[in-house]
Design a binder for this molecule. Structure first.
Ligand SMILES: Nc1ncnc2c1ncn2[C@@H]1O[C@H](COP(=O)(O)OP(=O)(O)OP(=O)(O)O)[C@@H](O)[C@H]1O
Length: 685
């Protein structure tokens, strides 16, 4: 016997989970079926007694009425229990699918778009949830016709023979209905899911569509599966219609034949008037075998839908071990021969790396170099296909889920705060501690928000930290700051920031980096970044190229390599190796000075040197510094400069020293053409 498929196992699980309701429903249905079968016999007997003026007619009449009332009660109970069983089974199936989706690695869930998931979790899960009740109803809808056939045989054997002669035709009709509608239903649900997925994608990209004026094209793309939907929808109705039409002809024919045979029996004196009445009623009940089509159709639809829901439930879960981290471990991170392959293509390969606990490592490289993939394996958002990742000597795969989440904090370029209308900003940030630790205190949340410059704008919201996430209009930079605050709330030993400051202005980014450095809860930091300043401030840089670690070391040393510098230049697309052609004297520097000056702190305005361009004419020194009094504008040449630092705007040639990680208080001085600090002016050259 073939073993049940994943979707059938899910349906069996739903039946088990709703066993109480399903059993009660079965009981109600069987009781209702028994009453339905008894009523014609009691009504026939009552009629015979009334015709004969025999004694006890009233009693039989009372029994008939009682049976009718019981039948109505049982049917009402069955309707109620059907709804309860449906709701319970739907919730159970939905939860399994959701658990599968959330328990798998993000890359396994990625092929399912938001719309597709919504269709599977809402429409398909609801359809799947009707299976247990449909199964119980199916039993009773078979019981009644079968019982009616037996009753016919008892009244007059020939009535049963006549009816049974027509049964094979009826069964063929049902079989054709089940198989044909199963195919159409499956394809209909597929087309429906595809449209829902496209619609959700379009809603997600509504701004891009509006900006590109491609609404019409999007509409066509969303509605593209419509002809297929219509085709399979019409097929479903056609199959249904044909089944109804055929049974509509066949069933009255069978009933008429039964009544005719019973009438002949009456004429021959073998059948009483009451029995004739009962036979006609039993013929109608036996013909109700066609009623099997309804629960059968529901079951077919439920199985089709369950196949789609089960795909989510069956997503391979991330297995967790039962190990915990050594207490007070420093947060040493080690990657040993890590390889990640997706769709047969290696994304990162042979990555071996040791990051000292408490240090800050910047992961840099051109777009697509594998930085985010490295960040994903480092905190076990995904598992490596080869190699190991260890935190304080313990393989991440061996850690319990709670230990892993408590030890790692992530922030991304586009953070998501789930919970929508029901979760406040304060609660969303407080959840950054991880599920096992319980939410952080409001003081801790505010401290983290202050550290990443999020506190001020949150307080400007009508309800401050009590504002529901959905009601907070957030810019990209504000959302990133909240994402960072959530990561800062954690007291895990590993913090991974994957492009998490890309939308921040330079001054805010500096503030975030300062907060990281000054955090009273030191941890190991892995920062994926494109900005040269982030690399310059890190203790060490991991330079990724084509999925491999090209070099690691302090930014100051790496900067001597023109190909490394090329990673940060405007011509980031320049093939590796060409960087050698850029003569130091021809190199120019675009100094980006978006720095904010702080009157209170007497901070210097900073210009961030990030790019080398080939032509000296292309030199752009843009210093937008508002400097008051004796404050100076500092051109920050990829160095971490402290407050009240010396001011130098970089000119043509960049000396490696100029981009060195300078300790706080040291001057990040570099020689250049523009050496005089611009004061209170905006300079463009
Ligand atoms: N699930 C996946 N299946 C197939 N290819 C993938 C998958 N995820 C990422 N890639 C590919 O792997 C490469 C590395 O991706 P990754 O996101 O790690 O790069 P990155 O260096 O972080 O890039 P960026 O700086 O643009 O964010 C890219 O070419 C990307 O298209």
């Amino acid at each position: 016997m073939a073993s049940p498929t994943g979707s059938d196992r899910l349906l069996i699980g739903a039946v088990r989970h709703t066993a109480g309701f399903t059993a009660a429903l079965l009981l109600c249905s069987v009781a209702g079926a028994a009453c339905s079968l008894a009523v014609p016999a009691f009504a026939g007997r009552t009629l015979d007694l009334l015709l004969r003026h025999g004694p006890g007619a009233e009693t039989w009449l009372a029994w008939t009425a009682a049976l009718l009332a019981a039948e109505i009660l049982a049917e009402t109970g069955a309707v109620l229990l059907t709804q309860l069983a449906n709701a319970r089974a739907t919730a159970w199936i939905r939860l399994r699918a959701l658990t599968g989706l959330l328990g798998t690695a993000p890359h396994r869930a990625a092929p399912h778009s938001g719309g597709d998931v919504a269709a599977r979790l809402c429409v398909n899960a609801t359809d799947s949830g009707t299976a247990p009740a449909a199964l119980a109803t199916l039993v009773s809808s078979v019981l009644v016709p079968a019982g009616a056939l037996v009753a016919l045989a008892l009244i007059h054997p020939w009535t049963a023979v006549v009816f049974a002669a027509g049964l094979p035709l009826l069964l063929l009709l049902l079989r054709a209905f089940a198989s044909q509608s199963s195919d159409s239903v499956g394809r209909y649900q597929q087309a429906q899911g595809a449209m829902a997925a496209r619609l959700a994608e379009a809603l997600g990209g509504a701004r891009t569509i509006a900006a590109a004026h491609t609404a019409r094209r999007e509409e066509e793309r969303i509605l593209a599966p419509l002809p297929e939907l219509a085709l399979h929808g019409s097929r479903m109705w056609l199959v249904h219609g044909r089944a109804v039409a055929r049974s509509g002809v066949l069933l009255p024919l069978l009933t008429t034949a039964v009544v005719a045979v019973a009438g002949a029996g009456l004429a021959a004196g073998d059948v009483s008037v009451g029995e004739l009445l009962a036979a006609s009623r039993y013929a109608a009940l036996a013909a109700g075998i066609g009623g099997v089509a309804a629960p059968l159709g529901t079951l077919v639809r439920a199985r089709g839908a369950c196949r789609r829901t089960a795909e989510l439930a069956r997503l391979e879960p991330m297995a967790h071990g039962c190990a915990v981290l050594p207490a007070d471990g420093p947060g040493d991170l080690e990657l040993r021969g890590v390889r990640v392959v997706r769709g047969g293509v290696p994304l990162i390969e042979d990555v071996t790396l040791a990051v000292d606990g408490g240090s800050t490592v910047a992961v840099v490289g051109r777009s697509g170099a594998g930085k985010s993939t490295l960040a994903a394996v480092a905190g076990r958002l995904t598992d490596p296909d080869a190699g190991r990742v260890l935190l304080d000597g313990v393989d991440l795969a061996d850690l319990t889920a709670a230990e892993l989440r408590g030890a790692t904090a992530y922030a991304f370029a586009r953070p998501v705060f789930d919970g929508g209308a029901t979760v406040t900003i304060g609660a969303a940030l407080a959840a950054g501690t991880g599920p096992a630790q319980g939410p952080a205190t409001p003081e801790r949340v505010e401290e983290a928000a202050r550290a990443v410059c999020a506190d001020a704008f949150v307080r400007l919201l009508p309800r401050g930290y009590e504002t529901p996430v959905d009601e907070a209009p957030l810019s990209g930079g504000e959302a990133q700051r909240l994402g960072l605050a959530r990561a800062f709330v954690s007291d895990g030993r590993l913090m991974i920031l994957d492009d998490a400051t890309s939308s921040l202005d330079t001054a805010t980014e500096r503030q975030v980096e300062r907060a990281l450095a000054a955090s009273p809860r030191p941890c190991t930091r892995l920062i994926v970044a494109h900005r040269v300043s982030t690399a310059a401030r890190a203790d060490r840089v991991v330079w990724m190229e084509a999925g491999r670690v090209r070099r690691t070391g302090p930014h100051r040393l790496l900067w001597e390599d023109p190909e490394y510098r090329a990673v940060f230049t405007a011509e980031a697309s320049t093939p590796a190796g060409e960087g050698d052609a850029v003569a130091p004297e021809a190199e120019a520097v675009a100094a980006e000075a978006d720095a904010a000056t702080s009157e209170a702190e007497g901070e210097a305005a900073t210009a961030e040197v990030g790019a080398g361009v080939r032509e000296p004419e292309a030199v752009t020194v843009e210093v937008r510094a508002v400097v008051r009094g004796s404050e100076a504008a500092t051109a920050e040449c990829g160095s971490a400069v402290g407050e009240s630092e010396a001011v130098t705007a970089e000119g043509a040639a960049v000396k490696p020293e100029a981009v060195a990680l300078a300790p706080e208080g040291e001057a990040g001085a570099a020689e250049g053409k523009t050496s005089a600090p611009p004061t209170g002016a905006e300079v463009r050259t």
